[in-house]
Design a protein around this ligand. Structure first.
Ligand code: GLN
Length: 218
């Protein structure tokens, strides 16, 4: 399987709104361009999951109803996802998936649901309001500008342990207060960007595939 990039689409049948599946298409496209075959596996409610079976995990965005269902099921994945992240596995989490990697997520109606808790960020809510609109951020580590569209009720705080994916130039970002957008820790990336993120930001798509290839061949 060394010439195959194995992609895990985490809860892909539940978190599949906002065209985020375009991120998967981009990963598949660049992996093939690099000469790899691609195998995509959906891991959803009650499915077995072994982190060693994957080179990239994609965790998409969705609505509160689905997030509540997933929050219950995903607790069983905590040790494997934690191990995967800590050993530099490549993971991309968008919006709802990004929120669920953290400590907790507060739904628009005020219910606090437990996240996987594998990273320290946490998400509060806004009352009768959403952050909606075009967004532009600058990734200082990689010196790249990213463009996207955000649509979220959640208000996320990173804590000092996490780097943002980028600094907000225009738009709201994680919380409309500290100019952070998304998150970056080892080879794990989180973002509120739809658009989808990787379709509008080709450099990042290639970067994730390169990281996955590097991890695979180390
Ligand atoms: N339901 C979450 C929120 O509104 C996530 C939305 C999304 O994934 N776009 O914050």
């Amino acid at each position: 399987m060394t010439n195959t990039i194995r992609i895990c689409h985490l809860y892909g049948n539940l978190l599949n709104t906002y065209g985020d599946n375009g991120n998967l298409l981009m990963i598949q496209y660049y992996a093939r361009e690099k000469g790899y075959q691609v195998e995509t596996t959906m891991v959803s409610l009650e499915d077995p999951f072994n982190a060693d079976d994957f080179d990239i995990i994609f965790f998409g965005g969705g609505q509160d109803f689905e997030q509540k269902i997933i929050a219950k099921d995903c607790q069983r994945l905590i040790p494997e996802i934690k191990r995967y992240i800590e050993q530099n596995g490549v993971l991309l989490a968008i919006c709802g998936g990004f929120q669920l990697l953290g400590q907790y997520y507060t739904t628009a109606d005020g219910e606090q649901i437990k996240g996987l808790g594998v990273l320290p960020h946490y998400t509060e809510r806004q009352i009768n309001s959403r952050f909606i609109g075009d967004i532009e951020i600058y990734d200082e580590i990689n010196q790249q500008t990213y463009y996207g569209f955000e649509n979220h009720n959640g208000v996320t705080y990173l804590t000092d342990a996490l780097e943002p994916l980028g600094k907000v130039i225009t738009g709201y970002g994680n919380n409309n207060q500290d100019k952070t957008e998304g998150m970056h820790y080892k080879n794990t990336f989180g973002s509120y960007f739809h658009g989808p993120l990787l379709v509008r930001n080709e450099w990042l798509a290639r970067h994730l595939v390169d990281l996955a290839i590097e991890q695979k061949n180390k």
